[in-house]
Design a binder for this molecule. Structure first.
Ligand code: SF4
Length: 418
C-alpha cells in the first residue's frame, strides 16, 4: 500500500470519532493521584463544578479535544469537559443516554491487534514506517526504547518529555504509549498516542493504531479523517518540545479482515492548522463558569430536575453532528427540538435561514403575511418562493391523478412526510 492510497483528509466538521485500538483514559477513582490544576482554573472550583471533591475527574483526551474542535461554539461541552464532568453519567441521570463509544468487542479486538503489532519491541511498526517514508529499516539493537512509566498523568507527561530527550542524535527511538499534555481553554488535557517514533534526523512521527480495516488499500474516509484529527491534537501537544513533528502520521490498521497490519500516511498540515484555529476559539473555562448561577454543579447524583436546570444554565450549540461526538447529544437534541430551534435541522439549513431561529419563524416567513416580523428577514423571499413552488408541484400532481404503482393520492403522501 502506498501513502497516496489513504483518503484525503478534511478539516474538522463534526464527523464521528473512530474507535481507537487503545482505550481512552478512564476517569480517576476517588483518592487516585490527580493532575495538578492548571494556572487560572482553581482546583476547588473545578471540583465544585463536578459536585464535590469525591466526584471522579474525567480527563480530557485527544478524542474529546478533536470533538471540541469540531464544535468550538458549544460552551456547555467546553465547561463540562474542562471541569472533568463525566458527560455520559450526566446524560444517563437525565434519562437521555446516548449509545456512544466503542463496544466491548471492538475494544478487545483493537487491544489484541495493537498488542500484536507491538509484540516484537516495535520492529513491525518501524518497518511499516520506514516503508512509508522511504528510510532504511533499523536493526533491533539500533532502536532506543525509553521507559515512559511514571505515577499520575503529569508525571507520565514529564517522563515522556525526558524520554524524548534521551534518544541520541542519529538513533531511532520508539516510545510506547507516551503521555502528552496540552493546555486548552484554561484546562489541561492529558493525551496518550499509541506510539511516537524518533527518526535518526531527530524528527518525530506520530503513530496511530486503529482497529478498523484497510480494505483493498484504502481506509474508511470518515474514520481515517477522525484519526488524522486525533493525530493533529497530538502534534499540537508536541509543539512544546524541541523535536520537529513530521507533517504526516503513520496509520496502522488490520489489512482487509486479517490480523496482518497495513499502513498509510495521514497528512496533518491542514488538520493541525484547522484544529489549532478551532481550539483557540474555545471560550476560557473561567469565563463560562463565572456566568453560572451561584451553587450550580453537575453531579449526576442530584435530583434530575436540578441537574437538568444546571445543564440548561450553560448555552449549547447543538448540531446533528453532536450525535456521533458527544454523550449529551440526545438531551441537547430533545431540547433543541422542543424549542423549535432550526439548529436541529443541521448547520447548512441553519445557514440558509439567516436570522430565522425557530421553525414557527420559518413558517411565518413562508406564509407571506406582511404583518409578520419574520417576513422582513432576507430569507423570507426565498422561503415564499419555495412554498409557492411546492404548492404548484402538489397542485400539478393532484391534477395528473395517482402515480402509476401508487395507491395513495399525492396529498396523502405529502401528509405523511410533512
Ligand atoms: S451534544 Fe450538547 S453539549 Fe454536546 S457538543 Fe452538542 S450541543 Fe454541546
Amino acid at each position: 500500500m502506498t501513502p497516496s492510497s489513504l483518503p484525503k483528509q478534511t478539516p474538522p466538521s463534526g464527523t464521528p470519532e473512530p474507535s481507537g485500538a487503545s482505550g481512552t483514559p478512564e476517569p480517576s477513582a476517588p483518592g487516585a493521584p490527580q493532575a495538578p490544576a492548571p494556572a487560572g482554573a482553581s482546583p476547588r472550583r473545578l471540583a465544585a463544578l463536578r459536585g464535590g471533591p469525591d466526584v471522579p475527574h474525567k480527563h480530557l483526551d485527544a478524542r474529546a479535544l478533536a470533538a471540541l474542535a469540531a464544535n468550538p461554539g458549544c460552551r456547555r461541552r467546553a465547561l463540562l469537559d474542562g471541569a472533568g464532568v463525566d458527560k455520559g453519567a450526566v446524560a444517563q441521570a437525565l434519562g437521555s443516554p446516548a449509545p456512544f463509544g466503542q463496544s466491548q468487542f471492538a475494544l478487545v479486538r483493537g487491544n489484541a491487534f495493537e498488542a500484536r503489532v507491538k509484540a516484537d519491541g516495535g520492529q513491525v511498526l518501524l518497518a511499516l514506517l520506514c516503508e512509508q517514508v522511504g528510510e532504511a529499516r533499523p536493526e533491533p539493537e539500533q532502536v532506543v526504547v525509553p521507559d515512559v512509566t511514571a505515577d499520575g498523568p503529569a508525571g507520565r507527561a514529564e517522563r515522556t518529555r525526558l524520554a524524548l530527550a534521551e534518544v541520541p542524535e542519529g538513533s531511532w527511538g520508539l516510545l510506547d504509549h507516551p503521555w502528552l499534555s496540552l493546555r486548552v481553554a484554561g484546562s489541561t488535557a492529558y493525551l496518550e498516542p499509541d506510539a511516537l517514533a524518533v527518526h535518526p534526523d531527530g524528527s518525530l512521527s506520530i503513530i496511530e493504531i486503529k482497529s478498523f480495516p484497510i480494505l483493498d488499500g484504502a481506509a474508511d474516509t470518515v474514520k481515517a479523517g477522525a484519526a488524522a484529527r486525533q493525530s493533529a491534537v497530538y502534534a499540537l501537544a508536541l509543539e512544546t518540545q524541541p523535536r520537529a513533528v513530521r507533517e504526516s502520521a503513520l496509520l496502522v490498521c488490520p489489512k482487509d479482515f486479517s490480523n496482518l497490519p497495513a499502513a498509510g500516511l495521514l497528512p496533518l498540515r491542514k488538520q493541525i492548522a484547522a484544529t489549532r484555529r478551532q481550539l483557540r476559539r474555545l471560550t476560557r473555562l473561567e469565563e463560562i463558569a463565572a456566568e453560572l448561577p451561584e451553587g450550580v454543579h453537575f453531579a449526576p447524583t442530584q435530583e434530575p430536575e436540578e441537574l437538568a436546570a444546571a445543564v440548561e444554565s450553560v448555552p449549547a450549540a447543538y448540531a446533528p453532528e453532536c450525535l456521533s461526538t458527544c454523550e449529551l447529544a440526545f438531551h441537547c437534541r430533545q431540547r433543541a427540538r422542543g424549542a423549535g430551534s432550526v439548529v436541529a435541522l443541521g448547520r447548512s439549513v441553519r445557514g440558509e435561514l439567516g436570522g430565522l431561529a425557530t421553525v414557527p419563524d420559518v413558517l411565518a416567513a413562508a406564509s407571506g403575511d406582511p404583518g409578520s416580523a419574520a417576513a422582513q428577514d432576507p430569507a423570507a423571499a426565498l422561503l415564499r418562493r419555495a412554498a409557492a413552488l411546492r404548492a404548484q408541484a402538489l397542485q400539478d400532481a393532484a391534477a395528473r391523478g395517482p402515480a402509476r404503482g401508487s395507491s395513495q393520492a399525492p396529498a396523502a403522501r405529502d401528509a405523511e412526510v410533512g
